[in-house]
Design a protein around this ligand. Sequence first.
Ligand SMILES: [Zn+2]
Length: 238
Amino acid sequence: MYKKLTNILIDINSVLFPRVCFGCNDHLIRGEETLCTVCRNNLPLTDYTFNEENPVDRIFYGRINIEKASSFLFFIEKGIVQQVIHNLKYRNQEHIGDFLGDWYGQQLLENHELKNTIDLVIPVPLHFKKLRKRGYNQVSKFAQKLAFYLKAEYVDNLLVKTSNTKTQTRKSRVGRWQQEKSLYKLQDPSRVNNKRILLVDDVITTGGTMEICAQALSKGTNTTIYIASMAVVPKTGN
Ligand SMILES: [Zn+2]
């Protein structure tokens, strides 16, 4: 009886304050959280692992010395993942990071990927002005969840973004890289000595941001870098 009453109240509440799916904007029904069942079933999981070589690894070949890279989802224009990440970044829905991190963290745990491998989990930082404006780093919750499942330490004060300069896309690749190099700074290189680090971002497109951050992290001695993201833009031909 009590349970029935609770359910009725939940239903009344959902009529008054309808909760919507962050993937498709449809109303969520009782028992659904964050994403509706249809969106959950259609979420484009990469099934990339940290064991076998995958297309995310190949993005970084010849650019930066990393141990392994992987992404949880495919980012497809106008798709569910784009909607979800847009809500996470621009609509104050920070909790979506928990949702994605729980899912991916459990997947890594079940497949014993990165088991006893990672010491520190570091999110790609925002410039403090952007952080103040948004109120949160959209990568934090996701990275914290991964740290939890991997039994690693979450550290967000080592790598900092020192400038808010936009990427100069018209410059040559070398020129651009040199210009961006100074954008991220490692505060205390000794803290990453002999550490295995998982660097985490939201979406990998060209891998430019990850490359610069990994470059900053490799200022440590004997530092090993792994890369993970919520999503990757699939390259045609992969
Ligand atoms: Zn949906």
